[in-house]
Ligand binder design. Sequence first.
Ligand code: CMC
Length: 383
Amino acid sequence: MMVDAPKINQGLEGIYFTESGICKVDGINGRLYYYGYSIETLAENSNFEEVCYLLLNGKLPKKSELSAFRKNLASERELPEEVIMMIKRASKKANAMDILRSAVSMLSFFDEDSGDNSEAANMRKSVRLISQIASVTAATGRAKAGKAYVEPDPKMNHVENFLYMLNGAKPEPDHVKILDTMFLLHAEHSSNASTFSGIVTASTLSDMHSAITSAIGTLKGPLHGGADEAALHMMNAIGKPENTVHYIVDALAGKKRIMGFGHRVYKTYDPRARIIKGRLEEMQNSADKEVRNLTNIALQAEKLMINKLGKSHGIWPNVDFFSGPVYTDLGIEDYLFTPIFAASRIPGWAAHIMEYLKGNRLIRPLEYYDGAIGKKYVPIKER
Ligand code: CMC
C-alpha cells in the first residue's frame, strides 16, 4: 500500500522534539532567557561561572555553592600529558576545531568516570569538560603560535585563567570582563544544531564524551558556530568601510550568504548580537586602528542588511557577526573563535544532554522514501 507523501519540514524547521526548562528563545520579540533570567540581566549582573552553575543545576547558586563550584572548576583544568602532546603534534596542519573534537574524544580515555553514565558521573564529566575544553582551546592557541604550553592557575577564575593559559601573562581585568560576557552570551541557546546532535548521540545511551564530540563536530560548520570566523574573513575581504555596499550587493546578487546574518528562530535582532554590538561600541575609543576599521565595516554591513537591500525583508545580525572584532581587540586569532564558542557552549550542551536523559527516548526520525522499489538485480557482467 502506498502512503501519501507526508509534509516534510526540511531542516526540521518548526518541529518540537522534546520539552525543556532550560532556555527560552523568543524569536519574534528577540528575547532570550536562561532558566527564566533574561540574557540582558545575566550579561549585566552575572558571570560565566555562575551561569554554568545555573545551567547545570537549574538555579542560581548561594555564595557558598558558587565558591565550591569555582573550586571544583579550577581543580579540573589540567590536561593529560598525552592530550597536550597530541595538540602540539597536530597544531601545525590541523584545524583548531578538529583538534578540539579529537582532544575531547581522547579525554574520555583518561576520565575516571568513563563508562559510568549515571547522573552523578555525567555532572562530574560536565564540570570537567567545561574546564578542559577551555584548556584545550588555550593550548591549541599556544601550539599554533609555536609557544610552550602554560599550566593552569587555580587561583584565577575560569575566563581569566583561559586568557592566562593562552597568552602566558596575567590578563587585564577589562579583557577578562569582556571575554567573560562573550562566554556567558554563548553559553546556551536551546536546541540549536550542535545541542541537538549532542542529544541525538546521548539518546542512544552512548556517553557524555561521545555526545560532546558530536556537538563539537556540528558546531564547526559555517552555518552554525563557524560563522564567527567566516564573518571576520568577510570583513577583512571588504577591507575598508567604503567598500561595504559594493561587496554586499555583489555577494547577494551572486546568491552568497552573508556570514553572521540570519537565524532559524530569530526573525528580528538577535539579543546577543545587540549586547555584543554595544560592548564593541564601548571599546571603540580604546581600540586600535584595525579594530576600529573592522567595527566600521561591521556597522555598515549591519545597516545594509537590516534595511533590506531591495528584498522584501531585512536580514538581522546574529551572535556571530560582531564577535570577530571583539576577539580581534583581545588579540585572539581567528582560528580560535569557534573553539571559544565551544568552550562557552559546553555548559548548555551538557545541561540539555542531562535533562534529556532523565526521560530518554531514542531519537530516530523518518525520511520519506521517494525512490523506486522492486528493481531487478542485474549481475555485474551483464550491466
Ligand atoms: N545572507 C543572505 N541571505 C540570507 C542569509 C544570509 N546570511 N540568511 C538568510 N538569508 C535569506 C535566504 O536567502 C532566504 O531568502 P528568501 O526568502 O528570499 O529565499 C531567507 O533569508 C531564509 O533563509 P533560509 O536559509 O531558509 O533560513 P534558515 O532558517 O534555513 O537559515 C541560517 C538560517 C543561519 C542557516 C542562515 O541565516 C545563514 O546561512 N546564515 C549565515 C550563517 C550564519 O551566520 N550562521 C550562524 C547562525 S546563528 C549562531 C550560530 O548558530 O552559530
